[in-house]
Design a protein around this ligand. Sequence first.
Ligand code: ZN
Length: 205
Amino acid sequence: MKIICIGRNYKLHAEELGHQVPTEPLFFLKPDSSVLTRKHAFYLPDWTDDVQYEVELVIKISKLGKGIQKKFASRYYSMVGLGIDFTARDVQSELKEKGHPWEKSKGFDGAAVVSHEFIPLNDLGGDIQKIKFELKKNEEVVQSGDSSDMIFSVDDLIVYLSNYMTLKTGDLIFTGTPSGVGPIKKGDLLTGTLEGNHMFDVRVR
Ligand code: ZN
């Protein structure tokens, strides 16, 4: 299983990090070892002082595909989950400055929160570009997303990604984060909801 993450897929988030809005999708991978084990707290690593949350809609690939055409893209997923792309922002900034890959800052153990449950798209209204989701930190809403604000639609992402790498059953696509990313500290509680459905609680240790 691989996890493909899309960067800068929401205009306001690209701007809050000081980037231009991209003209083609930007992606990177997280290893399967980065998935936070269910029921485990997230432990802040000792080599960073600035881990930030990024809540994202997660699409589960339901069949093998390569070079997928747009008109068929929606046949490759039917389940939607929610995740957090934890990012060691200080380390990422250093790597970016040097022009190095980001993996150290985004692929470490625990850096991928994936909801245990995935909800059938049909139960969410059937339109992948009309889904609202939210992240709360200690009961306060810090990120509020709507997939209609994506720069590249899920189908466009599937077409684009499958042109470079074969998508396999069970692969996950983190579709990018809306604005509002921010830091976490010991003791914080992060709660994710997808169209009102409670998806995860993550305690920071
Ligand atoms: Zn992200």
